[in-house]
Design a protein. Sequence first.
Length: 214
Amino acid sequence: MAQEILQEMSALLQKGKAKDVKRLAQEALDQGIDPKEILNEGLLSGMMIIGEKFKNNEVFVPEVLVAARAMSAGTKILEEKLMEAGVEPIGRVVIGTVKGDLHDIGKNLVIMMLKAAGFEVFDLGVDVDADTYIDKAEEVNADIIGMSSLLTTTMPAMKEVIDAMKARGVREKYIVMVGGAPVTQAYADQIGADIYSEDAATAAEKAKAAVLAK
């Protein structure tokens, strides 16, 4: 029975049925299913399938966003129980779109995938300057600083953040992850970033591998 309800939750999440996902999450809790199991088998498994389909161009941004909303609805039901159970995130990520850039859809997709991979994510929003990234990372004891840029004119802001980290003597503390339409592996290497990814699902996979290898 537990397996059935979790499979149904995963399937409905993939269709973006937030109300149904929320209802099933509550039902699963009422049946005494472990909240960690509900999170992993019911919600995250569905989100990972969507991530994989997105990577393969089988679904597109709107489908990912509605699935993410459904995941959010389910997670809210579980939050309190998960805290009581002391579920530790696999790592902490501070992420934002760099100074001068106001695009956020790509960043938001990466956040969804990072959460699905088990990270605690601190979203700084758009137009984020170097000190804001570093101050927040220091405050929450982050593992990763993630930067998104959608314009070639704002890409140099990524290097400014890395330079500011060096100036403050904290470059070695953090894994730096960069991405966005104009960003390439060559550019990431040039500015000294640790991780580059061309899509949200791969970003989460690389982030997880990097944190586990730390």
